[in-house]
Design a protein around this ligand. Structure first.
Ligand code: ATP
Length: 403
């Protein structure tokens, strides 16, 4: 393209005669005029098109606003047919056939929840209820933890096997003897001692689905939904039986009643009552066992410990020396450790450590080796890892004190 008149590429040579110059310039002007005409037509067409879209946009914006203003009703998609979508309204259970746009049709599937307006047109699709569930409930169809991965709590493993695994594997034995297996087992003890692992190992051993619910998430994140989520939890377990329900931090739902009458307390109470109701009606619940865990046994409302509820209490303490040694061996199984690593000495070195602390030390020791460009992990790496973790804990405490 040329920027100024002086840059124009002329359609003749300098030595052409005047007459020829005029003729070729006239020719050029003609071509340019016709091109200009063509461009003007295209511009007019584009403007007309633009106007059409503007009008359409205004109409849709207006329609959209109108749809959003009137209250919407909730319905469930029953079927997607060539003639439209069949929906069933919640509340009156009336079915209706409604038309949808092609884009909306792509988003829909049977059982989807949708919002419909007065004329039963689908205005939007709603989040699936199970999305909310998925955030508080973790479902693991086949957990990989086995009893041999858990160190230092042999008696507790034995007790859990008797009370949870046996009723799932051989329920007839309890019937023959004429006793009821415990409905729920409560594991209590400090954090990181293997309570979750125990529940997962039972599920693994019995080919049961492991369903975990965190008590604190339930009451803090889903205010007003606690009782319903507990109902959903048991429903989910029924759908996936055999199942092991693991309720972590049960103290968040089942804390002793306080005198304060805040709405938060009432909500927690409702959640706990629902849990008790589910457990009390447990005989017909099929192949479902419940394990709960807490670090705050002292906080628990005694109502949950009554017979037929969490009537088996199993303390899961921090490991002793032998236990710590065993846990070091478990967590170094797949590590390449040198011969100088003395697990007994390591167990003595970390006197107050929980299983989770030992796991952290092993991982950190591996990191020391990697930083040093080695694949073998030495005794010194474990010592350094322990010192580092201890230092981090001290720093943490200091920063908490001065926070
Ligand atoms: N007894 C143990 N043997 C082997 N590893 C353990 C043991 N206890 C804890 N661990 C390690 O620590 C991690 C955390 O343990 P787990 O979640 O079972 O603890 P928890 O008792 O449920 O803790 P919390 O009360 O904090 O939920 C495990 O994944 C495992 O790596």
């Amino acid at each position: 393209m040329t920027d100024t008149v002086d840059d124009v590429d002329l359609p003749y040579d300098e030595d052409t005669s005047k007459q020829e110059k005029i003729e070729s310039l006239e020719e050029r002007v003609e071509v340019l005029e016709s091109q200009n005409e063509e461009m003007r037509d295209k511009l007019l067409d584009a403007n007309a098109e633009n106007n059409k879209y503007q009008q359409k946009l205004e109409r849709l914006t207006h329609e959209n606003k109108k749809l959003k203003q009137s209250p919407l009703f909730v319905a469930t998609v029953q079927e997607i047919t060539d003639d439209g979508v069949i929906i069933k309204q919640h509340g009156n259970n009336q079915e209706a056939l409604t038309e949808v746009t092609d884009e909306m049709r792509e988003d829909l599937e049977p059982d989807a929840r949708v919002a419909v307006n007065n004329s039963l047109s689908i205005v939007q699709t709603l989040d699936d209820e199970t999305d909310v569930r998925a955030r508080v409930m973790q479902v693991d169809r086949s957990p990989s933890v086995t009893y041999s991965d858990i160190g230092g709590i042999t008696d507790q493993i034995e007790e859990v096997r008797e009370t949870v695994e046996m009723p799932l594997k051989s329920p007839e034995m309890f019937g023959d003897v004429g006793i009821e297996p415990p409905a729920g087992v409560l594991l209590y003890g400090p954090p990181g001692t293997g309570k979750t692992m125990l529940a997962k190992a039972v599920a693994n051993q019995t080919d049961a689905t492991f369903i975990k619910m965190a008590g604190s998430e339930l009451v803090h994140k889903f205010i007003g939904e606690g009782a319903k989520l507990v109902r959903d939890l048991f429903e989910l377990a029924r759908q996936h039986q055999p199942a092991v329900i693991f309720i972590d931090e049960i103290d968040a739902i089942a804390a002793k009643r306080t005198d304060s009458k805040t709405s938060g307390d009432a909500e927690v109470q409702r959640t706990m009552m629902q849990l008790l109701a589910e457990m009390d009606g447990f005989e017909d619940r099929g192949d479902i066992r419940i394990i709960a865990a807490t670090n705050r046994f002292d906080m628990l409302d005694r109502a949950i410990l009554r017979p037929g509820r969490f009537d088996r209490l199993i303390e899961v303490p921090k490991p002793n020396g032998d236990g710590r040694e065993q846990i070091f061996k478990i967590h170094t199984r797949s590590m390449n450790v040198t011969d100088d690593v003395d697990f007994g000495a390591l167990a003595d070195m970390v006197e107050e450590a929980s299983g989770a602390d030992i796991k952290a030390i092993c991982t950190e020791a591996g990191m020391f080796a990697i930083r040093d460009d080695r694949t073998e992990v030495k005794m010194e790496d474990f010592e350094n890892a322990h010192a580092k973790i201890q230092q981090e804990e001290t720093d943490d405490e200091v920063s908490r004190t001065f926070a």
